[in-house]
Design a protein around this ligand. Structure first.
Ligand code: BES
Ligand code: MN
Ligand code: ZN
Length: 482
């Protein structure tokens, strides 16, 4: 995929789809195109009561009246950043379904917004189709054209890179668990080793056992697919900052002996969403050559039911000394992340750890699928992450990391138990994780992407399935660190 600017008049640009943004008063670039339709285009929009609200849509084949094959009119509402992103996403989705490969994005935005909107449009055009019959597939958009003189080539290329890694992360989430399991996730991670400065190391289950990674061992032991710990490191020259990105890689979460009901299990291939987010962000950061050292640590396991499954009442003794009594085998993500946080804490020079996980249903209840829950005790880090997410339109909302709720994790038989009860479930999960971040690590934040990672049905911005939210946000955050 590539991104270019074009100064040609809109009615003359050779393309498959010309997308034009229109506000509620039906003016702007549409006026200039109306001539090609003898004034009938705006009349038609009026006739249809086209609202111009964000994401409203009117699409027609031009049949030669413009150089473009298809005209896609999208509503841009109040013209604010959020409305424009919605319009871009809608335009992208429509362009894809009309089999457009070269797409012009003329949303009436200013020059600075152009590349961000291309990224939103590309995200809207994403579809996961490898398991669809050939006849039902549509080609990916190959070229996005922005009107105007625009940015330099390097900025365009960077946008394409961010889009590509977001799509890579979404593909991983969408892959069925039969095809994406711990070892194949590790194989996917190894793709990153092609990027200069990147090395990939995989600790198999025996190595995890030797290292005392009891969470990965216990959660994974009910599965015929052995788990592993994946460690991707990126070492650029001149890095002043050193970040660890930790991801939950539960390739399928049946719940274990605390078995999920069938309806809740349907989409649990998404439970490696944290690992997809962090591996994709690492890939993007490394390919962009950003001068920030990264260690991406992923715990990859399947949470299954068998005679070998870990059990309620089991007590895990973690390598940092914390003991955990199992009260629910479906609260497995935190057990796996605990090992990853211990592993990341031991890496020399790490100044910030961020983890991402599809961790709690409680977070979905709290903020839904348009937001990731952010937990950190560090106000500076919170501001950095919130600002970066806002810059790319990823919803991120800070929730309390409220220490007194540690009370809920108290155990009669071990130091803590792995569930805290119904109240503030996303917070108690975050507090659990905090026990495994070493005191020497200056900054830590936890991202609960349980709602944001995956959609059961399409929404105003994304197709059903993996969304790749927070991938571009984390890339932007790293860019700003450097
Ligand atoms: N993977 C789930 C959380 C989840 C729920 C992700 C919905 C995406 C959508 C996690 O492992 C889980 O099962 N959490 C339990 C924890 C509970 C047993 C304390 C939950 O949230 O119900
Ligand atoms: Mn679970
Ligand atoms: Zn889970």
């Amino acid at each position: 995929m590539n991104v270019r600017f074009s100064t040609e008049p809109l009615h003359q640009v050779q393309c498959d789809a010309l997308t034009v943004g229109v506000g509620p008063d039906l003016d702007g670039a549409i006026l200039e195109l109306d001539a090609g339709f003898d004034g009938k285009l705006i009349a038609e929009l009026r006739q249809r009561r086209f609202s111009g609200g964000p994401g409203s849509l009117f699409s027609i084949p031009t049949l030669g009246r413009l150089a473009a094959r298809t005209l896609i009119v999208v509503g841009t509402g109040d013209g604010g950043a959020a409305a424009l992103r919605t319009a871009a996403g809608r335009a992208g989705r429509e362009a894809r379904s009309s089999h457009a490969q070269t797409v012009v994005l003329a949303l009436g935005h200013d020059a600075a917004q152009g590349l961000d909107l291309v990224e939103a449009a590309a995200a809207g055009s994403y579809l996961f189709q490898p398991y669809k019959p050939e006849t039902e597939r549509s080609p990916e958009v190959s070229t996005w054209l922005l009107p105007g003189a625009g940015s330099d080539e390097a900025a365009c290329k960077a946008s394409a890179t961010r889009v590509r890694w977001q799509g890579w992360g979404r593909d991983l989430v969408n892959l069925p668990a039969a095809d994406l399991y711990p070892e194949s996730l590790a194989a996917k991670a190894r793709e990153l080793a092609a990027i200069p400065g990147v090395e990939v190391e995989v600790m198999d289950i025996e190595a995890c056992r030797r290292a005392g990674y009891v969470g990965i061992v216990a959660v994974g032991q009910g599965s015929d697919r052995p788990g592993c710990l994946i460690h991707v490191s990126y070492r650029p020259q001149g890095a002043q900052r050193h970040v660890a990105l930790v991801g939950k890689g539960v390739t399928f979460d049946a719940g274990g002996l605390s078995l999920k009901p069938s309806s809740a299990m349907q989409t649990m291939r998404c439970d490696m969403g944290g690992s997809a987010t962090m591996l994709a962000a690492t890939g993007a950061i490394a390919e962009l050559g950003l001068p920030v050292a990264i260690d991406c640590v992923v715990g990859a396991v399947e949470n299954m039911v068998s005679g070998a499954s870990y059990k309620l009442g089991d007590i895990l003794r973690y390598s940092n000394g914390v003991t955990v009594e199992i009260h629910n085998t479906d609260a497995e993500g935190r057990l796996v992340l605990a090992d990853c946080l211990i592993h990341a804490s031991k890496i020399e020079g790490v100044d910030t750890i961020v983890d991402a996980a599809t961790l709690t249903g409680a977070c979905v209840v709290a903020v839904g699928s348009d937001f990731t829950g952010l937990f950190t005790g560090d106000d500076g880090l919170a501001t950095e992450l919130l600002d970066a997410a806002a810059a790319v339109g990823d919803g991120l909302w800070r929730l309390p990391l409220h220490k007194p709720y540690n009370e809920a994790l108290k155990s009669d038989f071990a130091q803590i138990k792995n569930v805290g009860g119904r109240d503030a479930g996303a917070t108690t999960a975050a507090l659990f994780l905090e026990h495994f971040v070493a005191d020497e690590v200056p900054r830590w934040a936890h991202l609960d992407i349980a709602g944001a990672a995956f959609l059961d049905k399409p929404n105003h911005r994304y197709a059903a399935g993996g969304t790749g939210q927070m991938i571009r946000a984390l890339t932007t955050w790293a860019q700003r660190l450097s």
